[in-house]
Design a protein around this ligand. Sequence first.
Ligand SMILES: Nc1nc2c(ncn2[C@@H]2O[C@H](COP(=O)(O)OP(=O)(O)OP(=O)(O)O)[C@@H](O)[C@H]2O)c(=O)[nH]1
Ligand SMILES: [Mg+2]
Length: 389
Amino acid sequence: MRFFIIGFGQAGGKILDLFLGREKEAGSTIKIKPLAVNTARTDLMGLKYVPKECRLLIGQSDPRVKGHGVGTDNRLGAKVAQEEIDTILNAIDKMGTHDIDAFLIIAGLGGGTGSGGAPVLAKHLSEMYPEPVYAVGVLPAPEEGKLYSLNAARSMISLLKYVDNLILVDNGAWKFEGMSLRESFAKINEEIVKRLALLARAGEPVESETIGEMVIDSSEVINTLRGGGISSIGYATTLVEEKKKGFSLFRKKKEEEEFVENDKATKIASLVRRAALGRLTVPCNIRSAERALVLVAGPPEHLDRKGLEKAKLWLEEQIAGVEVRAGDYPTRRTKHVAALVVLANVTDVPRVKQLQRMAAEAKEEIESVEKERIEKTLEIFDEDIEPLI
Ligand SMILES: Nc1nc2c(ncn2[C@@H]2O[C@H](COP(=O)(O)OP(=O)(O)OP(=O)(O)O)[C@@H](O)[C@H]2O)c(=O)[nH]1
Ligand SMILES: [Mg+2]
């Protein structure tokens, strides 16, 4: 699954940067096209792995921005993105899109630049390109306040109009025990990157001398995510035991071999179950999912077709719909087996409902404060003087 990833704003840029960093460390051959877009010069300068020519500063000519960000004003973020949409699209076009499977826009939805810019970019990309456009939207934690919630709600509603799928990550649900939200960010970003890395491996060529048990094509990921809506992702890993040396010198009895095979299948199935029932990127009712995708990666001798089929059957019973796709990716670069479960088009997401409520309250408060201010200002003047507009 070849992604053109656009990290929009600070959170989006940082997550993209970490993704590239982790892939580099792993000696990965997965192809990713990266672009970091921001209104803040320092944010772009802080990136380590996004090549310099893949960083784009926008909003320089706007006197309110001038390279310093939009200060949590996502309407200004959207305006700047709209004004410079040709510059962004040109940068994407110049990097080439002929060999990509999908666009992926990553942004923090509570801020200004990414929150406002991501929907504008999604709209234009979906109009211009046949490839699907996905977004990873990071929701603010409730403690960040009502303005962040209002921003997130506005951005989310706009994104849902234009993207083929919106994968949500809830900072509130992911805040780590005993850590401040800021300290948690680095860890949350690692979690996001692990999930995206596995998704990016679907349908990609495997390392030489390895074969998967059940190959999945990028079109199956696209089919799972099609049609819009919100997705949540589950993930679990397990450390595999290394085979003792010399063990294979003795031929195992048939029953023993069967036992090992069954054990492998059970392990895969329970790993997938753990991924689906554990902490999701955004907490949701798994029974409200329309479709699901299972991806398992790890050393080839620990992958198992029967296990995947078992997991698939189980998931089919859990979700609202019947479409569950499953596949694996063999790799010797790890001692872990990892399972990813994408729950697509989930409709029962409590945090989204809560955000809508908080946003409505924030909007009312802002409007009443503005009204009061205008009334107070008008009181200063003589009643005979009419305002111009
Ligand atoms: N998970 C995660 N969330 C982050 C990170 N940085 C910021 N956020 C969240 O993203 C939101 C703020 O978005 P930013 O990306 O910082 O804002 P921006 O797009 O740069 O916009 P402006 O700074 O307002 O111009 C907040 O709700 C934070 O909770 C990060 O590194 N990881
Ligand atoms: Mg910023």
